[in-house]
Design a protein around this ligand. Sequence first.
Ligand code: SF4
Length: 509
Amino acid sequence: MKITSRPRVILRRCSTYDVAKIRSIVRSGLEELSLRPHGRTLIKPNVVASGAHFPHAYTRPEFVEGVIGALKDRDDGRVRELAVGERCGITLPTRMTYESAGYYPMFRRTGVKHYHFEEEQQVEIPLTHEGRLRDYVFTPEPVAKADFFVNCPKFKSHPWTTVTFSMKNYIGIQDDRHRLIDHDHRLNEKVADLQYIVQPQFIAIDAITAGEGRMLTPSPFDLGLIIMGNNQVAFDSVCCQIIGVDPRSVEHIRLASERGFGPMDLGEIEITGDVTLEEAKHKAKGFKVGLVRVEKYFEGTNITAYAGSPPEPERTDYCWGGCPGAIEEAIEILREYDKECDAKMPRMHVVFGAYEGPIDAKPGEKVIFIGDCATYKGKIGDQLVSVESLYRERSARDPYTAKHDDVLAKMVKVTTKLAMARNETTLRLEGCPVSVAEQVLTLVTLGKTKNPYFAPDQLLDFNKAYVAWRGASLAKRIAGKPYQVHGACSRGDAAPELPSEPPSSQAAE
Ligand code: SF4
């Protein structure tokens, strides 16, 4: 598909998760944009985490049901498949987050197909643009083959990328092993690269109850809006403007704009609807975004954090996309499951990047170096400590050979490692990044807090979903369908066709 030359954003008032109302609003949005679905039509919601502990982290099923109804209303007989697909976060099976989000009854009511992306074949998308992080990426086959792609994100803050609107929702079009590659200090560049996989003809964001402050455990913010559009960069830029963020300060939006995916300037975007931009801004007054450095984040707790530069210090002095943000999300999850979490946590020190300052650890306090790029030389107590970098150059990490990191295997690995280091002052967690899941498990073990993976209200769902996921994947392997296929794949109509030269007004300013 060609990137539209007429980027439009529609702001509509909606303060309720009433399916019929959402359907009617979204149908009128599709009509206004003269859009009709066709071929393989795929809806991508954000179901990164869900259920009682994460009530505001995901696109609500009522919202997706309204979008499905509207797409059916606009189908003139050319839709071959109407489907919803997602890969959730924190190493959980998507079956579990669909279940706790209430998606399965909605799938049955609407009769749409659904994909758990980690169970689908992963296919290769070559990248050739200047400034790319790597020459190819993997995505699930239903994404590569989508003809009409509908992005249905949740309107939220994000601790690593400031916001997660339309473009950042693409982290869920990769399975874990591929998604964690480049999920580091260049995460924004990764998100911008993912735009070459697919572009939505239509975007509808769940901004009825938005999520502020955090990504997995945001506070609810009644924004009362459905925002729709036909261009991802324009769409995210308007969403930024609504909450008072300059879209140019969000690197993945700026990069995508510079590469010709759409404009950031309001002068180049047609905004319509029954809410003006000024009214939307007024509704969003006070909305908090979540970029908080880890040292500041843990102030006043039993954890003291220290952050040095990640690799390539000429680019940035802080790894916004990796380990430091992951530990912030990890502790937020633990607080959800164990109200005594902060009190139970022993005094400890966590160190990221090339840190060179003092570490004020008293006898008996653990010092944990988190991530492959952590380095340190100095005294901790009366012990001279030297921690060397384990960081591997980006080019040495091939998505094709990346390994699946099973959550149960992670539990065994973390428990064993911590048991072996019981009497040691220092500990090293390896990985780039060290995932949220692994940091959760480490903190659970050190703090003896309740383990979210074994929460009684979720244990059955987790086990059922895990067994079904592994079983379905194994059945496909036995049937001769490999997990991933090397070599450029065939694409659907939603594969982006960029103008050869980005318009000058979209170039960097
Ligand atoms: S190891 Fe962690 S902190 Fe270091 S670059 Fe990788 S993700 Fe960032």
